[in-house]
Design a protein around this ligand. Structure first.
Ligand code: AMP
Length: 355
């Protein structure tokens, strides 16, 4: 038997009556609702203001019901309605961002996965402690600008979409940086970015065993980031700067990628280390997570970030990816979440996947 998470007192209901899968109407909601429907669950979309029309265009990704709030931050005042619907909330990137990490963690509604992970992932310092103590390679970090010996990226804490990040090609150009808030100075890793979509099940048997469960690789993408991804057209960062444009990393979309097959053992090793350490530190991650890293020309995968929930890059693979096709047919991340809830209910082990 695995580790019991700390479920809210009302979660026993989920075992007694069929739960409803609920999430915010944004980000990766279409595949979450589609996955719920495919696995026989009812679904509920939480929206802000009028019911969003775009679902009418996607009948298979439309939730069965909606709960409309004036502002997403009002959700804590509507938890009774969620509990009456026997809801399990599925967190995605925008969900946690719109509600706020603290409010989200405190919601007295059952949540898929271990909500303790949010405290470790939303703080760049704690995240580094977690990953480094797991033995994962990360970009070097410079506490003092005088230590800088190559290109660096300066990142603000909690910066959304890389807004305001600063690139410097050496210690001299770093002097131009004027901080406007808490930030970290990191080695700028030269290489190719990969965003690796994992799913960790603490209850599923077989496959690639980690802890008491198994680790699945369901897809991979690369993010299109404006305006830095267009930089090659201008030749060099200086050209962009001469034009008075600061490089930014605001995500505008995603493209599918696959990794050289010989590099798969390395990314599985990284995923397994992150899960194993999470079990020791806070009872373990459950469900989707994304390892975001850069493969250098020496073929070393350096991890600059981890997202411990479903990422929007999985939207590429609603009918499967080159990897998930080899796990089960038609397997999206949204559907995988619904399958996990179904299995946990059947085994009487919801306490290991819901908190
Ligand atoms: P983050 O907020 O850490 O996810 O970073 C946003 C974007 O900045 C990433 O998607 C990368 O394109 C880029 N980036 C972040 N850290 C590094 C790094 N150490 N070296 C090179 N690029 C980075």
């Amino acid at each position: 038997m695995g580790i019991e998470l700390s479920p809210p007192s009302n979660y026993q209901r989920l075992a007694d009556a069929p739960p409803t899968i609920a999430t915010l109407c944004s980000h990766s909601s279409l595949q979450i609702f589609h996955g719920a429907r495919t696995e026989g669950f009812q679904s509920l979309g939480i929206c802000q203001g009028p019911l969003p029309r775009f679902y009418e265009a996607f009948p298979l990704g439309r939730p069965d019901r909606f709960l409309s709030v004036d502002r997403y931050s009002d959700l804590p005042g509507r938890v009774d309605e969620l509990n009456r619907a026997n809801a399990i909330l599925v967190p995605h990137g925008s969900f946690v961002e719109y509600i706020g990490p603290e409010k989200f963690q405190a919601l007295p509604v059952p949540v898929f996965g271990n909500r303790a992970v949010i405290g470790w992932e939303s703080d760049r310092e704690k995240e580094r402690v977690w990953l480094e103590s797991a033995g994962v390679r990360m970009p070097e970090r410079f506490v003092d600008p005088s230590e800088v010996d190559g290109p660096v990226i300066v990142k603000y804490y909690g910066a959304k979409g890389g807004k305001g990040f600063f690139l410097a090609k050496n210690r001299e150009s770093l002097r131009e940086f004027r901080a406007t808030g808490p930030h970290v100075i990191q080695e700028y890793v030269l290489g190719t970015r990969y965003y690796v979509h994992f799913f960790y099940s603490p209850i599923s048997q077989g496959g690639y065993r980690v802890g008491h469960g198994s680790l699945e690789l369901l897809g991979m993408d690369r993010r299109d980031e404006a305006n830095i991804d267009e930089l090659y057209k201008l030749g060099a960062q200086e050209e962009l700067l001469k034009a008075g444009i600061r490089p930014t990393f605001v995500v505008t979309g995603n493209v599918p990628v696959v990794l050289r097959e010989s590099l798969l053992p390395q990314v599985f090793d990284v995923g397994a280390r992150i899960v194993t350490r999470s079990i020791e530190l806070f009872g373990g991650m459950v469900g989707p997570f994304c390892v975001e890293g850069i493969m250098t020309e020496e073929l070393v995968f350096k991890v600059f970030e981890i997202s411990s929930r479903i990422v929007a890059g999985t939207n590429l693979f609603i009918s499967g990816s080159s990897y998930s096709d080899l796990v089960r047919p038609d397997l999206s991340m949204g559907r995988r979440i619904a399958q996990e809830l179904k299995l946990a209910r059947e085994l009487g082990r919801l306490g290991e996947v819901v908190s």
